[in-house]
Design a protein around this ligand. Structure first.
Ligand code: SF4
Ligand code: SF4
Length: 274
């Protein structure tokens, strides 16, 4: 690994710049971790997609719980769009800044599909930021297939930068953050998760994508229930745990759509989307 003083300087520079641009969490993974851990297959390895890649930098921005709680709504939809714009900007500007320092660097866009109908036909992405985040030490993969982080649980959106700089890696987490409470399974509106003996659920991604197709037509996309209800994350210290409220939401609102307990959420759902 090149000059370690130079690498330390570059790592500090990237973290400082990423945070200035709006990233809340930043982690570094060497490409060897894709070969060592084999969570995916060769065509999805960053060094296979862009052969110059030696390190992957993963950056995350948080999703604010009270806005997510209103999902499906235009309030959450706009928050989702805001995080996407921010990730695009951070990814682009940081890649250029690393180029200026004399290293190849590109960002792999946070979502890679032109229309939701494409995901219904093929519910997969060309590159997994979730796996990259795990290898960069930002978290572990939960029952609901998302990256669970210490700071925000699964309520974090990610982008990755692929670079030829050899940067000191961050340690991968050794303990799973998911407590397998299965709240995500119980609250999923499409019952996309099925219980397994393993930590990570079997998931019907087509069911999930088809539901998103409808939400998109209704201008209240995406769903996000499986990240909303997850109890993991320090952001819960600020906003509290709503386990009972989440579990009862569907039943209570079916019985009484005007329930006072949920009135803030249902209010947001009745404006700006169908
Ligand atoms: S809701 Fe529970 S089971 Fe689902 S990802 Fe979070 S901790 Fe794991
Ligand atoms: S996004 Fe919604 S529909 Fe898809 S798995 Fe999560 S809770 Fe279920």
């Amino acid at each position: 690994m090149g000059n370690s003083l130079e690498n330390n300087y570059l790592k500090r520079y990237i973290i400082r710049k990423a945070k200035q641009l709006g990233a809340e969490i930043v982690g570094f993974a060497p490409v060897s971790r894709w070969e060592e851990n084999k969570d995916t297959t060769l065509p999805y390895y960053p060094q296979n997609i862009f052969p110059f890649t030696k390190s992957v930098i993963v950056l995350g921005v948080p999703i604010l719980i009270p806005m997510l709680d209103t999902t499906p709504s235009i309030v959450y939809s706009e928050l989702y769009n805001t995080t996407n714009r921010l990730l695009d900007e951070i990814g682009y500007k940081l890649s250029v800044a690393i180029n200026v320092k004399g290293h190849k660097a590109i960002f792999f866009p946070r979502d890679g599909y032109g229309d939701i109908s494409v995901l219904v036909a093929k519910p997969e992405a060309a590159f997994s930021h979730v796996i990259a985040g795990k290898y960069a030490g930002l978290g572990t993969i939960g029952y609901n297939h998302t990256l669970l982080t210490k700071e925000f649980g699964p309520r974090v959106r990610l982008v990755s930068i692929l670079t030829d700089a050899e940067i000191a890696p961050d340690k991968m987490m050794s303990e799973e953050l998911c407590i397998k409470c299965e709240l995500c399974r119980k609250c999923c509106p499409t019952s996309a998760f099925t219980t397994t003996d393993h930590l990570i659920a079997e998931m019907d991604k087509t069911k999930c994508a088809m539901y998103h197709e409808q939400l998109k037509k209704d201008y209240r996309y995406p769903c996000g229930v499986c990240i909303k209800v997850c109890p993991v994350g320090d952001d819960r210290k600020l906003y509290g745990k709503n386990t009972r409220k989440y579990l009862n939401e569907k039943k209570i609102l079916t019985q009484d759509p005007t329930s006072a307990e949920y009135s803030g959420w249902t209010h947001c759902r009745s404006f700006g989307s169908k």
